[in-house]
Write a protein that binds this ligand. Structure first.
Ligand code: SF4
Length: 377
């Protein structure tokens, strides 16, 4: 049996059936083997360093109504906020001084001109104000502000953001439709992902694992989708229920499946690493929300990025996409030393003051054209 598994793991090209078989590993021995193999693939292709992106959730105002999300526009219990620019600059400066190297600017989705100007402004100012000997181009900026027009994406890119996260949540159009209202279109999400790539962003996407009704076939197709879309970065986490959403009807099912969903999320990380090899994969906060050492487990299964929470404390409680989000009440809980200790407890080292860009992006397309602009070294 072990030989059969090893043969499967060592393949160069993975079919739908191969991926499905890998995701179906169940015994502890098989899952341990999957984890160790994914770790080796990571080590060979992107190294063992863990890169950090300080996460600033600068606004929870959103025009969308995703059925699974705690800050969807129809949840009127949420106190809406947008941070002052000064507060964002302070958090960014702290991020740079701590040695994080990069940050993620995340918010709910808005497409109005005022919002676009606001985001463009903060990118420009953060790039300028965080320049130093260690970061000659300023902090690396990843944006996560949803679907925008191609012109808007171009403005953000020109302003200095060079990575963009736009999760597809599921590559199955049928499942996508089940978890989004009719006005949110799968086709528009796809179009946005293609536009981001054409502009030259390092493009990240991701999925929720354990959505009610999602099958192993869906997840295998998700991994093939990442490959087909030539994705550079991934953020994949377990689906965690939020009580103030239409999907709270699945509460009982969710509670019963929690352990299974967590394990499945780790397997998806491992299989994605094995199939895609040189992409960046985040070990998400949602893993930590399920189990206190979840982020560390994600690293052992092949992830190489962590996004410590830098959102100012007074609004953290108002940015809960799911219930039980960790670190919502202590600003220092994700300081560099704390994160470093947690990462080093897994035997890995932290990429201090490094961008930690996606190796895949440079391996495939943009080294000569953009490399000198993006690398801080
Ligand atoms: S998941 Fe994102 S786009 Fe959807 S409602 Fe929540 S914040 Fe808005």
């Amino acid at each position: 049996m072990k030989m059969v598994l090893l043969e499967l793991l060592n393949k160069v090209h993975f079919t739908f059936d191969d991926i499905k078989n890998l995701l179906s590993f169940r015994s502890k021995e098989d899952i341990d083997m999957l984890r160790d193999f994914a770790y080796q693939v990571m080590k060979q292709n992107v190294g063992e360093t863990v890169y950090l992106r300080g996460l600033i959730e600068f606004s929870n105002i959103c025009i969308n109504d995703c059925y699974y999300c705690g800050i969807r526009k129809s949840n009127h219990k949420v106190k809406r906020y947008t941070l002052d620019k000064e507060e964002i600059y302070e958090a960014a400066k702290w991020c740079a001084e701590q040695g994080f190297g990069s940050l993620v600017l995340q918010s709910g989705e808005r497409n109005d001109e005022q919002f676009i100007d606001f985001v463009e402004d903060i990118i420009i100012k953060i790039k300028l104000s965080t320049k130093s000997e260690k970061l000659p181009s300023g902090l690396g900026i990843t944006l996560c502000v949803g679907e925008q027009t191609k012109e808007t994406y171009q403005r953000f890119f020109n302003a200095g953001a060079h990575r963009y996260l736009l999760r597809i949540e599921t590559s199955s159009p049928v499942l996508f439709k089940k978890i989004h209202p009719d006005f949110q279109l799968y086709e528009r999400r796809m179009e946005a992902l293609k536009n981001l790539k054409e502009i030259g962003f390092q493009v990240g996407t991701g999925i929720m694992i354990g959505i009610p009704g999602q099958t192993i076939d869906d997840l295998a197709n998700d991994i093939l989708f990442f490959k087909k879309m030539d994705i550079d970065m991934l953020g994949m986490g377990p689906y965690i229920i939020h009580s103030d959403t239409p999907m709270n009807v699945y509460y009982q099912e969710y509670t019963e499946r929690k352990r299974e969903i967590y394990e499945l999320a780790l397997k998806v990380i491992a299989v994605t690493r094995i199939v895609l090899k040189d992409v960046n994969i985040a070990s998400t906060t949602a893993l930590q929300a399920m189990y206190p050492m979840g982020r560390e487990a994600g690293l052992m299964f092949g992830a190489n990025v962590i996004m410590p929470m830098l959102t100012p404390t007074h609004v953290r409680n108002d940015y809960q996409l799911y219930n039980g989000k960790p670190c919502i009440d202590e600003f220092t809980s994700d300081c560099f030393e704390c994160v470093q200790q947690r990462i080093e407890s897994t035997g890995r080292k932290v990429g201090k003051d490094e961008y930690g860009d996606s190796r895949h992006y440079f391996n495939n397309r943009h080294l000569n054209e953009y490399g000198y602009l993006l690398s801080p070294e």
